[in-house]
Structures are given as C-alpha cells and as structure tokens.
Design a protein around this ligand. Sequence first.
Ligand code: ADP
Ligand code: MG
Length: 649
Amino acid sequence: REGAEARPFQAEVSRMMDIIIHSLYSNKDIFLRELVSNAADALDKIRFLSLTDKSQLGEGDTAKLEMLLSVDPEQKMISLRDRGVGMTRADLVSNLGTIAKSGTAAFLEQMQKGGDLNLIGQFGVGFYSVYLVADYVEVVTKHNDDVQLIWESKADGSFAISEDREGAPLGRGTQINIYLKDSCQEYLQEDKLKELVQRYSEFINFPIYMLTHSTVDKEVPFEGEEGAAPEELSDEEKSAKGDVEVADEEDEEGEAAKAPKTRTVTEQVAEWKALNDNQALWLRPPGDVSDEEYAKFYKALSKNEWDTPLAHSHFKAEGDVEFKAVMFVPGQATPDLYDNYYARKPSIKLYVRRVFISESFEDLLPKWLSFLVGLVDSDTMPLNVSREMLQLHEGLKVIRKKLVRKAIDMIKKLADGQDRALKELEEKDAAKAAAAEGEEAGAEKAAGEEEERKKLEEKSKAYTKFWTGFGKSLKMGLIEDQGNRRRLLPLLRFHSSKSPDKQISLAQYVEGMKEGQKHIYYLVGTSKEEVAGSPFVESLVEQGYEVLFMTDPLDEYVMQNVQEFEDKEFANVSKEDLKMGDKDEVEKKAQKKAKEEFKGLAKWWKESLGSAVENVKVSKRLATTPCVVVSSKYGWSATMEKIARAQTL
Ligand code: ADP
Ligand code: MG
C-alpha cells in the first residue's frame, strides 16, 4: 500500500508467525473462533466504556453491537467486521506487532514440545492463527480517538500501518480481511463458514450476521416495466439485492392457453442472516440445560475444545446480593497450574446485568480456587462505575464467600458420587455373580446395563482424577482459608500403610481405627516407598495401627495447620513423644528398666555427638531397627527442614 512504511515484527512474534503460516496443522478452522472471540472482546470493551460515557457508542448502525461476516469469492477473501472499540495506531503497533506478549514465548515453547496449536487462544496470541489460512491479512480499524487505519502483513517478518483514506468508513470497529491461501479455498463456502461460526460461537453474546446468498423464484407482473419490485429494505447495509433474471423457457406449459399475467424470475438474494441466537446460558434455569450444553459452554469459556469438565455448578443467589453463576472443574489441570501459584488469576469472568466487566476479577475467588473456570453475572452491583470502584464494592465479598461454598459443595459432590458409584458397582458385581448361577439375563437388558455401567465406572474414577489434578489446590485451601478448613478436611486423600495403592479419606481412616485408638497417625516423607519402609512405621504397623503416608511437599504445611479430624488428634509418628494406645503397665516397667540399663550408653552418645543432637533417649518405638534420629516435639521435622531449606514455596 502506498505511503505505508514496513516495520519489522518483534523477533519472537515473527518466529511464531513463521511457524503458523507454514504449519501443517490440520485443524485450521480454529482461526475463525479466535477472530470472533477478539471481535466479541472489542464489543465488550466499547459496551463497558459506554457505561460511563454514553457518547462513546455513537449513533445509527455504529451503535449496534454486532459482527458481520462476508465472503468475496473474486478476491478469495473473507471479512469479519465488528462494531467494537477499534484500535488506535498505538494499539495496532503494540497489539499486533512490535511487542511480544508474555504468551508468545510460552506458546513457542509449547509448539516446540509438540503442543496443540488449538490452545493458541490461551496464550494470548490467538490473532496470529489467521495465518493458518491466509497469506495476506488486512486489519482495517477505526477507534473513537483516531483516524481509520489499515494494518497489513504477509507474515514475511514485517507489517505496515497507514491511514485508510479510500476505504468505506467503518464508523467504529474493526474489519479483518483474510486473503485465503490457495490450499484454504474451502472457507469461501458460506455453508462452511456458517457451520464454523455455529460450532465455535454459540455462546458469543453478540449477534453474528453473515451475508448469505440464495436464489428465489418469484412471480412478478408480466407488464411490470421495472421487473421485480425491490423488497423493502429496513437496513440498507444489511440487504443487498442481486441481479434479476428472466426465467428460462421452463414456463412454456402455461403459454398455450392465454398470455400469462405473471412471469417467474429467479432472483439472487443476499441477506444478512443471524448465525447465533446469543442467548446467555447462565440465565436459563439449571434444570433446562443439558450436560452436553454445559460441556460445550465450558469449552467456549476455557478456550479448550479438547477438555470435558469433571463437574459443574450452576446456581442463582438471592437476597441483598443477587447473582447467577456457573463454575466448572476442568477435566484436566493445565500443565503450568502450580508453576506460578501466587501470580495466577482465577478464570472467573464477571458480568453485571449481562454486561461483560472483566476476564478475571481478582477478588471473586481465592487463589486456591484459581483452577476453576466460570462466570458470575451480578444483578445488584452498580454498572456505571469504574472497575476500581467495583473492586471495592461490598457485594463482592458476599459473592466470593458464596462461590467458595458452592465450589466446595461441587467438589464434595464429586467425591460422594465416586463413593456411591464404587458401592453400586460392587453390588452389581455381587448380583451378577449370584445371577450367573441362576438364569441368563436378557440380551436387550444387557445393552442398557452396559451403558449404565460405563457411566458408573466413569463416576467411580471422577474424584480420583480430580484429586490427582487439583489435590494441591485443596491443600493450599486448607493452609490459606481457615474458615473452610473443616469443610476441606474430608476431601483430602492419602495412601496409608493399610492401603498403599488406593488413596483413602480421613473418614475411612477413622472408620478403620483400632479400639481405644485416639490418634490419627501419619508420617511425612518424599516417597511412598520411603515412608512405607520407615522404621517409625514398623512398630505401629506391627501393633495393627494404620499410618497415613504424606509424600507431597505440601503435606507438611497442611499438617501444621490442622490439629484434628472428628475429635481425633493427628500424630506425626516421627515426633518425640508419640502416644500410642493405652500403655501396658508391664510394658511401662520394662521400659523403665531398659532406660536404667542404657543410661550410660545414652550419655556417651550425647557426649560424643555434642550439639548435633538435642538429646539421646531410650525408646520403645522401634521393633527391629536399632536406632533412629527423630525431631523434637516442638522442632521442625526432617522433611520440613528440607522444604524450608529448598524454599519450594
Ligand atoms: P488476546 O485476544 O488473547 O489478547 P489476540 O492475539 O487474539 O490475543 O489479540 C491481540 C490483541 O489485539 C487483543 O488483545 C486486542 O487488543 C487486539 N485486537 C485483536 N482483534 C481485535 C479487534 N477485532 N478489535 C479490537 N482489538 C483487537
Ligand atoms: Mg484473542
């Protein structure tokens, strides 16, 4: 373009674009999802700005918060236009060019590791996916604070920005012109685009229109000089009328009788058709939404097509603070979930009366629940105030508290569901074994049962899956959220001396306690093998006690924050004054005798080791190992020292 000065992309951006444009990735469809999602973001932004300054919205068509998609077969180009906020020159430079976003490097790294390009949107570089299908792209844009501009690039390492003096004025918003690669001409088909938009944009809360061409046969008066009278066009821009053709000779049969009063013309009609019904799912009653719809909604929210949620919670809160919310537990934890725990923002979107306010409102959920995906739509928060003011709003605290409760409920339900499913499966197997001795079951009944069994089996693994992916988050919750400790404790799972392969709950531990046992015994270590083979555990196991294995570095922190479960105190078996069941008087005497006998040896040990140890004592805790080093009751345990030194958190 004339007068446009080429600028180089930031190096990493250029490398990424190079990878994308040459990618053999087969699922190129995703580009449209990314562009529609950007258009929706831009519309959200202008709507948000207009809350405090109505004039920002403009007048006439410009004020319509919508997207328009069209195809130009001659130029092999598709255009997506939005009436969103648009971009200034500075926006164009920084958003689409010279500044690498933090996600760029992360995305490149994932691609090198063979990651799925489909996740591009999660890295904040979704725009560039347009080069999966295009070899040249124009971004025409008009922001309220700038002139109409064109950004263009062939993904050849540079881009150019110039003022758009010739193009039709956009009013406000952005139009992306996508010049398709030769290999991607299928996107010129309206049906294909329609299908894509419907697949990807079901939950976009703005109408998306496509200029759709069709032919209709029409009867028009024969004498009519002007041919077909034009349709009444409500919105000039949304309706374009095609050529009028005189119908072919096919009409001959009518000719024999009289001269016909009318004739048939085949008309090419182009009209803007709405592709989505942009109905907000969260406003519907929960009972009316199917699991499939929730799953689809989750995929749209999380920008991850491949994941299916493990659980959802959809509810309406009433009272002083009214809101609707939908939350999901993802099926899989993102690989970097615990890499940057304190910097992570929860993926809970905030809406106020259907107006999008923020992608992730910090105060809506605590850090430990940042793995959840969802949204909140408040009915009672003020709309026409700044984000900062909203942040201070009292109602936010109420919402947060309720969300946390509901999240815990949702997780608990998952755990209970698993227990129930396991029980049911057991019963079924028992019944089956019994039936096998009797008659054979009918074939059709078996088919229905198969289905039911599959579902049960899935449920019977759901909580284990959750715990594997997100257990650390619950542990962080125990440490950080005092108010919910009691609710979180039953959700913990551990391996134990009695159950080294299957994790158990504290309730299960308590159920299996020996008569007279007052404590819940546990040992912290770095691996299951280490803990299981520990001499500390020996004596307890020999006496028939169960010991919980705590092998996650976080466990030590957790145990510092909890004292008891159902009135049973926790006891670290590596601590000095470990109490076991009631001590036998005889044993006590034997202990005293042994103490006397080895007093000299103990003294010698203490003197030889000096300040390296606090004390040397005769113990009855060991069965076969001659001696152990333990930490004192008030000191840090060995593992804790290791952690503190390594500063893992
Ligand atoms: P993300 O959407 O995650 O920020 P993208 O690569 O998809 O990342 O987009 C980069 C940025 O470009 C956006 O954050 C936005 O500022 C700008 N942008 C992209 N498309 C549009 C648009 N249609 N209207 C206004 N700004 C846009
Ligand atoms: Mg985007």
